[in-house]
Design a protein around this ligand. Structure first.
Ligand SMILES: [Mg+2]
Length: 263
């Protein structure tokens, strides 16, 4: 199956969508998320692929400005048509004209931002890092204490339900965001816009599962789909659903280079 779709991509690159998650897939997970830069070899390979494939896209939980800063995609030759879906598909950036479309900050997020610091302190979690993404708020527990994430999981779910927000769990992070967007929606929109006949998606974490599900659905409707897991010791939920399992961002870079070498 893997070799069949690879041949289809090489034969018909113009109808191929290559979509990738950012953290843990293009960039190594590091203690300081503001230093999680995209693997330079992956960016080089994406620039080569961007020139030949119908569409290359990044689909990430990060806000678009962070993905741009950490990815070094802007102004890069070969990535003139890159699309970035940020915040799980809620915002979109087009390299072609440099514009970002972003909905207004949801009212429940405004309320959450106001109450969260005290709420966490009352639960002995005053040391966690709160990241306000605008459309979502993430609570990061990396480096703060093993088990804290598990302790916070149920009360945060209750709080989210109270405010009408969705919960997005991840590797040492729980994010609360407005419901209605996920990475699967972003993949479906990209496939529809291109009329893609082949779609490749690579991810590493629970937030990528809706994109995996979208590719599985697309396969059932005749689109060629290739699912890649960027594996880690922290999360194995994607492994059994993947066609290719790669050992983290270094291996993802190698795989992208091999694909780029086909052209
Ligand atoms: Mg990720």
């Amino acid at each position: 199956m893997t070799s069949t779709i690879r041949s289809a991509i090489v034969a018909d690159p113009g109808h191929t969508l290559l979509a990738l998650d950012f953290d843990g897939t293009l960039a190594h997970i590091v203690d300081d998320p503001t230093r999680a830069f995209a693997h330079p070899r992956s960016v080089d390979a994406l620039a080569r692929l961007g020139a030949v494939l119908g569409q290359v896209a990044i689909v990430t939980g990060r806000p678009v400005p962070q993905a741009l800063e950490l990815g070094g995609f802007e102004g890069r030759a070969g990535l003139e048509r890159l699309v970035i879906y940020g915040q799980y598909g809620a915002e979109r950036w087009d390299a072609a004209d440099g514009t970002t479309t972003r909905p207004d900050r949801p009212e429940p997020i405004v309320r959450l931002a106001g109450l969260l610091p005290d709420w966490l302190a009352e639960r002995g979690a005053g040391d966690v890092r709160i990241e306000d993404k605008g459309l979502a708020i993430a609570i990061h527990t990396r480096g703060v204490g093993d088990g804290l994430l598990d302790t916070l999981r149920a009360p945060l779910s209750d709080l989210a339900a109270e405010l009408g927000l969705a919960v997005e769990p991840g590797r040492q992070v729980i994010e609360l965001r407005a419901p209605g967007n996920d990475k699967g929606d972003a993949v479906r929109r990209l496939v529809a816009a291109l009329g893609a006949k082949q779609v490749v998606f690579a991810g590493d974490d629970l937030g990528d599962l809706p994109a995996f599900a979208a590719v599985e659905e697309l396969r059932a409707s005749g689109v060629g789909g290739l699912l890649i897991c960027s594996a880690s010791t922290e999360q194995d939920a994607l492994v059994s659903r993947s066609d290719i399992v790669l050992e983290g961002p270094d291996a993802v870079a190698g795989w992208l280079e091999e694909l780029a070498d086909e052209f």
